[in-house]
Design a protein around this ligand. Structure first.
Ligand code: BGC
Length: 417
């Protein structure tokens, strides 16, 4: 190359660097991804943003399910100090947008064709009054049963596909001195099991009527009675240290073979993978009993707050753009245990659990058996969600509460607004 050709190139580079430096901003991101697999996924997000020249200010608030994170976020926003982005999901996005604190991302969404890249059921959740205020990172399936095959083998038990089979396997594990069901007694974990039982025993229509539409006659019905008694039976198969245990510690019990099974969303797979375990060999991912044809979804998304600084607004847009990029969606979800939410992504780097999830997501969308997770804030206004979760955990914790009492309380809780 001659000197004449090099000069313009150098000049162009200097201008480009100066532009990047001038526009480099900071994004503060609130999330609750602090377990082994979750943290790896969060690092993928951080790295993607830093590669664009911005700095990442981590605002991690520990606590599975995000209840603590939401409390901290509220106080930050009320004091006029919102982060650039926060992990907010489902109907809560609408509640935050109503407060007028979220930024409109339509320009970017239009340029990058978000409408064309996302299933409509997902893009609708990301919009408030037709405008994008959030971007999704994944689809988690919640109705999974994680199994240690070695533990089942020791107990001479068979992997269950129905709730009846579940109790047969659980009895065998108990006899073999293995904790049948790894559980953490926190209300979102209790509800994760409860909604799996409701879907498995009651089916999709019952699930929707009772837990999505909050129909009083279905919340208090013979099917709900059966669901509650079956849910309570699970407790006999958990260990004494379950109360208050974090979900990832419960997953660790299955990883180590101290427990045989866990009912949990596929962020649990992130833990197996982070521990170097292989799907289909060291652990099995099975649909929660009786729910093979349905898919309980939980979509993680980031909402974007209105910011004053132009450089930070630019960094925020770059974060949103990174979140929606195919490369990021692949890397993030390989670590997180979930599947990409963008349509048309190749799944060749993903394991059997993720491929099954991807196929079942598409099949259940067609068959109309795709249902939102209540435990993970996908369907019900937050006040009602909190109240029905409390009832279910009180029922789990108090042997004195009858199923009839629990149903009356569920009906009352569902009215909370
Ligand atoms: C979130 C997941 C997270 C899990 C456990 C769920 O509500 O959607 O991203 O891994 O909670 O913390």
């Amino acid at each position: 190359m001659n000197k004449g050709a090099v000069r313009p190139l150098v000049l162009a580079l200097i201008t480009a660097c100066a532009a990047t430096a001038a526009q480099a901003g900071e994004v503060e991101v609130l999330h609750w991804w602090t377990s082994g697999g979750e943290a790896k996924a969060a690092v993928a997000l951080k790295g993607t943003l830093q590669a664009k020249g911005h700095s990442w200010k981590d605002f991690a608030v520990a606590g599975g399910g995000g209840d603590s994170a939401m409390t901290v976020l509220k106080s930050r926003v009320v004091s006029g100090n919102a982060p650039a982005a926060a992990q907010i999901k489902g109907p809560s996005l609408q509640e935050w947008a109503q407060e007028g604190v979220l930024a409109n991302m339509d320009d970017l969404a239009k340029t990058e064709k978000w409408d064309e890249s996302l299933p409509k059921v997902v893009s609708d959740i990301m919009k408030y009054q037709g405008h994008y205020i959030a971007a999704p990172v994944n689809v988690h399936r919640v109705n999974w049963l994680w199994v240690n095959p070695e533990a089942l083998k020791k107990a001479g038990a068979k992997a269950p596909t129905t709730w009846d089979e579940f109790f047969v396997a659980a009895d065998a594990l108990k006899k073999a001195g293995i904790v049948p069901l790894a559980h953490g007694g926190q209300n979102w974990q209790d509800f994760t099991s409860f909604e799996a039982v409701a879907l498995g025993l009651g089916g999709v229509d019952f699930y929707r009527k009772a837990l999505v539409q909050l129909d009083p006659a279905t919340l208090k019905s013979p099917t709900m009675d059966k669901v509650l008694s079956t849910f309570r039976r699970l407790k006999d198969y958990t260990d004494r240290n379950a109360p208050g245990r974090d979900w990832n510690l419960a997953t660790a019990m299955v990883i180590k073979g101290e427990a045989g099974m866990q009912i949990m969303g596929d962020w649990a797979k992130g833990e197996f993978v982070a521990a170097g375990k292989t799907a289909g060999k060291d652990f099995l991912c099975l649909p929660a009993p009786g729910t093979a044809k349905a898919f309980t979804f939980n979509i993680d998304s980031f909402a974007f707050f209105k910011l004053k600084s132009e450089a930070n607004q630019k960094a925020q847009r770059d974060l949103a753009s990174a979140i929606m990029s195919p490369d990021f969606q692949e890397l993030f979800n390989l670590n997180k245990g979930s599947i990409p939410v963008r349509m048309g992504m190749k799944m060749d780097k993903f394991d059997d659990c993720a491929r099954a999830s991807s196929k079942d997501f598409a099949d259940s969308a067609k068959a109309s058996t795709l249902v939102p997770s209540i435990a993970h804030g996908m369907a019900v206004p937050s006040a009602a969600e909190g109240a029905i979760k409390d009832v279910v955990s009180q029922f789990w914790n108090s042997d004195k509460m009858s199923t009839a009492q629990a149903m009356d309380r569920l009906v009352a809780a569902a009215k909370q607004r």
